[in-house]
Design a protein around this ligand. Structure first.
Ligand SMILES: Cc1cc2nc3c(=O)[nH]c(=O)nc-3n(C[C@H](O)[C@H](O)[C@H](O)COP(=O)(O)OP(=O)(O)OC[C@H]3O[C@@H](n4cnc5c(N)ncnc54)[C@H](O)[C@@H]3O)c2cc1C
Length: 527
C-alpha cells in the first residue's frame, strides 16, 4: 500500500470530522482516493484490522451520516470525473464517479461540455448524438446543489421537483461498489431481482452474497428511512439509500430526461398555514404540468426578512411585505405557453378559493427570475444552519434539530396541527419549510441554549413516534444517519431493526461501514 493513500488524521483535517448537521466526530486516519481501484486497495488494507470506515461525499448531509465514529475517513471528493455516456432507445445515460458535484454536473449537461480525454469510443460517439439531441436534465434537485452524486444516491436524496419526477432512486440505472472486504459488485437496473425476500448477489470476484431481506412493509409516502426492501425487488434499489453502510459506491450511471419546453415558478402568499394547506390540496388535484409544490411558513419568511435587512450576502432576496404571511411555491413544467397560462389561471383560482389573495403572487418566467427564487429557497435552510452555528459557539453540544418526516395523504393535516399545537405549547423558536406536495415539511427548532435544545429534541422524538403511528417515514429524504437512528427503531420496531442489522452483516461482517448510521454502534455489535 502506498503511503499516500491512508494517512494519519492531523489537526488541519478537522473539517472532515463534521457535516452540515453540526455534529462533530473523531477519527484516526483519512484517505482521498481518486479511482475505483484505489478504493479497493484501501478497503483491502483496512479490512485486515476491521477498522471502521466512514464514507464522505460533500458532507452536506443533515443527519451526521458522514461524521466519523472513530477509525478511518474515506473521503471521495477527488473522485470527481465524468467517466462516459451511452444511449439506448433514445435515452441518454451518463456514468460519473461519486464525488461529482450535482451543480457542476448540471452545468456540464446544460452546456454539453465534459472533459472527455479518458472516454472510450462508444462514449465519444454517443456524445455527438447527445449534442444533436434536445436539452436534457438530471431531475433530482436537493436544495443543496453542492451535494455529491454518491451522497445523493446513498441518501436517496430528493428535492422540490421530486413531487413530479420522484427521488434519486428512479434516475439511477447502474452502480459499481466496493464492499468492506475490498471485493466489488456491479448492478444494472433490471438484471438481478430478489426471489420473494431472498436475494443472491454475485461479486465481481466470483463469490456470492446471500441476503435475507427484512420483512417490514415500507411506508406509503416519500421515504429514506432504513433499507429499501420489498419482495422480488431489483437488487440495485437496496444499495440506493443505504446511507454508507453496505458498500462504497464508486461508479454511478444516471439517466437523463428532456428539459420541459417551458418552466414557470409561481409563488402564492397566504395569511396562515391552513389556507396554504387548502391551496395545496386543490393544486394536487391537477393531473399535469405541476413539478413542485413547496411551503415556507411565517417564521421562515421572517428569517429571510431579517437576513435581507442585516446581512449583505442576502441583500438580493426579494422584498417580502409583512402581510405576506406564508408562501407556497408551485413549479410548472409545460409543453408551451398555452398550457402554462391555463395552469396559471387554475392556480390563481385555487389561491382565491383557499383564502389567499391572487394579486400578491410572484410569477417567475425567465431563468434569472427562477434563480432569484432558488436563492430564496436555499436561503431558508442556510440561514437556519447559520443560526444553529451561532448557538453552537456558546453550547458546543448543540446540533441541528430538524424534522424530515413525511406521512400518507390522509394524515397530513393531523400532522400539521400536531406541529402547531406542540410548538405553541413549548414556546420554542422554529421555522418550517419544504415539500408540502409530498406531505413532507422540515420543521426546524432553533435552540438558544441547552434547555431549548433538549426540549426541541424531545419534541422531535415525539413527532417521530406519532408519524410512525400514522404509517409515515421518520426520514423522507435526508437519510437516518446517526441523529435519527433512535427514530428508525420507533418506526420499524426492534425485530425489524434486527433484520436490518443482519442484512448489513451479510455485506459487512465486521461492521466497518458507516458505523453509527441506522443503528447505534452497540446495537450493531449485539445483533
Ligand atoms: C442547506 C441544505 C439544504 C438541503 N436540502 C436538501 C434537499 O432538498 N433534499 C435532500 O435530499 N437533501 C438536502 N440536504 C441534505 C444533503 O444535501 C443531502 O443529504 C445530500 O444527498 C448529501 O450529499 P453529500 O455528498 O453531502 O453526502 P455526505 O453528507 O458526505 O454523506 C451522506 C451519506 O452518504 C454516504 N455516502 C456519500 N458518498 C457515498 C458513496 N459514494 N458511497 C456510499 N455512501 C456514500 C455517507 O457515508 C453518508 O452516509 C440539504 C442540506 C443542506 C445543508
Amino acid at each position: 500500500m502506498e503511503q499516500t493513500l491512508i494517512r494519519k488524521l492531523v489537526s488541519a483535517d478537522e473539517e472532515y470530522l463534521r457535516d452540515e448537521s453540526k455534529k462533530v466526530g473523531n477519527a484516526e486516519s483519512i484517505s482521498f482516493p481518486e479511482t475505483h481501484e484505489q478504493v479497493c486497495e484501501i478497503m483491502t488494507e483496512l479490512y485486515k484490522t476491521g477498522t471502521p470506515v466512514t464514507v464522505q461525499g460533500s458532507r452536506t448531509g443533515l443527519a451526521a451520516a458522514a461524521v466519523p465514529f472513530g477509525g478511518h475517513i474515506l473521503n471521495l471528493s477527488r473522485m470527481d470525473k465524468v467517466l462516459g455516456m451511452r444511449s439506448e432507445d433514445g435515452r441518454f445515460y451518463i456514468t460519473v464517479q461519486p464525488g461529482v458535484i450535482l451543480q457542476k454536473l448540471n452545468k456540464s449537461i446544460a452546456a454539453r461540455s465534459f472533459s472527455m480525454d479518458a472516454w472510450d469510443e462508444e462514449s465519444q460517439e454517443t456524445y455527438k448524438a447527445f449534442c444533436r439531441a434536445g436539452s436534457l436534465m438530471f431531475t433530482p434537485d436537493p436544495t443543496e446543489s453542492t451535494a455529491s452524486i454518491g451522497g445523493m444516491v446513498a441518501c436517496n436524496a430528493s428535492g422540490a421537483r421530486s413531487y413530479h419526477y420522484g427521488a434519486t432512486r428512479g434516475h439511477i440505472e447502474a452502480l459499481r461498489g466496493v464492499l468492506a472486504n475490498g471485493e466489488t459488485i456491479s448492478l444494472s437496473r433490471g438484471q438481478i431481482f430478489a426471489k420473494g425476500l431472498e436475494l443472491s448477489l454475485p461479486t465481481e470476484q466470483g463469490s456470492t452474497i446471500n441476503v435475507k431481506l427484512p420483512t417490514y412493509k415500507m411506508p406509503e409516502c416519500k421515504n429514506a428511512s432504513g433499507y429499501y426492501c420489498h419482495e422480488d425487488m431489483d437488487a440495485i434499489d437496496l444499495l440506493i439509500g443505504s446511507d454508507g453502510t453496505l458498500a462504497i459506491l464508486t461508479e454511478i450511471e444516471i439517466s437523463l430526461l428532456p428539459v420541459p419546453a417551458l418552466t414557470w415558478g409561481i409563488t402564492c402568499f397566504f395569511p396562515t398555514q391552513s389556507e396554504a394547506v387548502a391551496y395545496t390540496k386543490l393544486t394536487k388535484n391537477i393531473s399535469q404540468g405541476i413539478a413542485a409544490i413547496e411551503y415556507f411558513d411565517d417564521c421562515a419568511l421572517d428569517i429571510l426578512r431579517k437576513q435581507k435587512a442585516e446581512n449583505t450576502a442576502f441583500s438580493g432576496l426579494p422584498f417580502l411585505p409583512k402581510e405576506y404571511g406564508c408562501a407556497v411555491y408551485t413549479e410548472l413544467h409545460c409543453d408551451g405557453e398555452e398550457q402554462a397560462y391555463a395552469l396559471l389561471e387554475t392556480l390563481s383560482g385555487n389561491c382565491a378559493q383557499a383564502g389567499g389573495n391572487p394579486d400578491m403572487t410572484w410569477v417567475a418566467t425567465s431563468d434569472s427570475d427562477r434563480d432569484v427564487l432558488h436563492f430564496f429557497r436555499h436561503a431558508v435552510p442556510e440561514s437556519v444552519n447559520m443560526q444553529v452555528e451561532r448557538s453552537k459557539r456558546n453550547y458546543p453540544e448543540i446540533t441541528k434539530v430538524g424534522g424530515d418526516l413525511a406521512v400518507p395523504d390522509d394524515s397530513f393535516e393531523t400532522l400539521m396541527n400536531l406541529y402547531d399545537a406542540t410548538l405553541e405549547k413549548e414556546g420554542l423558536q422554529h421555522a418550517a419549510w419544504g415539500h408540502i406536495g409530498d406531505n413532507h415539511i422540515h420543521v426546524n427548532i432553533l435552540p438558544r441554549d441547552m434547555d431549548e435544545y433538549s426540549r426541541g429534541k424531545a419534541l422531535l422524538a415525539g413527532w417521530a413516534a406519532e408519524v410512525s403511528r400514522m404509517g409515515g417515514a421518520v426520514s423522507a429524504e435526508h437519510g437516518v444517519g446517526k441523529l435519527k437512528a433512535p427514530f428508525l427503531e420507533v418506526m420499524y420496531g426492534e425485530d425489524h431493526i434486527r433484520e436490518m442489522a443482519a442484512l448489513k452483516a451479510t455485506f459487512d461482517p465486521k461492521c466497518m461501514l458507516g458505523r453509527g448510521n441506522l443503528f447505534a454502534p452497540q446495537q450493531e455489535v449485539e445483533r
